[in-house]
Design a protein around this ligand. Structure first.
Ligand SMILES: [Zn+2]
Length: 122
């Protein structure tokens, strides 16, 4: 079996027809990022009619193209994606009230530590 036949590809990712025709096709590298920050770097033939604005991430979620998208139309037709920050993700796990409680707890601990150190050095 030829090694090319063993290579796995995503569904609909690559046209096998193009792969056979061109020996070294020029590529457009598109980087996709899902909401969890996973990055997928997908090469597309420059002959590809359309670079998809989203890609299925390995975690199963939709990843949005974040760089090297040649056609600006993708940004105008695709829904704008908001990339989550660490803060956004934190807020999904905890409420502000939770965070305030934790902060108070940690500050109290730090104050106590500071007091202990002062006592020891005195
Ligand atoms: Zn992902």
């Amino acid at each position: 079996m030829k090694s090319a036949a063993m290579r796995g590809t995503g569904l609909g990712a690559i046209s096998y027809e193009n792969e056979r025709q061109a020996e070294a096709p020029e590529c457009e590298i598109v980087r996709y990022a899902c909401l969890f920050g996973h990055q997928s770097v997908i090469p597309f033939s420059i002959e590809a009619e359309e670079i998809p604005p989203t890609w299925m991430c390995r975690c199963g979620r939709e990843a949005a193209a974040v760089s090297k998208v040649p056609k600006m139309a993708f940004f105008t037709t695709a829904e704008p994606r908001v990339h989550r920050t660490h803060w956004d993700m934190l807020l999904e796990r905890r409420t502000i009230a939770d965070l305030q409680e934790l902060l108070t707890e940690r500050l109290a601990l730090l104050h106590n530590q500071g007091a202990d150190e002062q006592r020891l050095s005195a």
